[in-house]
Design a protein around this ligand. Structure first.
Ligand code: HBI
Length: 96
């Protein structure tokens, strides 16, 4: 069972992330990405999918042409956990 982050832990975690915003009604974090075209967006999604599978932790996400919206929360914990923060960091690392 993954534990939800406390308010202090969440604040500290968000300080280490760039561009991720809290979605209070979901106890989640969300970030939007924009690419040159659909292929760039889908290639990014492919790489994120491999990260997610390796982490056994999966995003809630959407794609419209060159844009990708990613929301991270932990279903097992009904809220934000360290797994979400770790995946967010790994996703950001894909873009350098
Ligand atoms: N992804 N976001 C998210 N939250 C989860 O709780 C979760 C997951 N991916 C897989 C997973 N849990 C595992 O527990 C599976 O065995 C269900």
């Amino acid at each position: 069972m993954t534990a939800k982050l406390t308010a202090a832990e969440r604040t500290a975690a968000l300080a280490e992330l760039t561009g991720w915003t809290v979605v209070p009604e979901r106890d989640a974090i969300r970030k939007s990405f924009k690419f040159g075209d659909f292929v760039g967006a889908f290639g990014f999604m492919t790489r994120v999918a491999l990260l997610a599978e390796k982490a056994d932790h999966h995003p809630e996400w959407s794609n419209v042409y060159n844009r990708v919206e990613i929301l991270l929360t932990t279903h097992d914990a009904s809220g934000l956990s360290a797994r979400d923060v770790a995946l967010a960091k790994a996703i950001d690392a894909l873009l350098g």
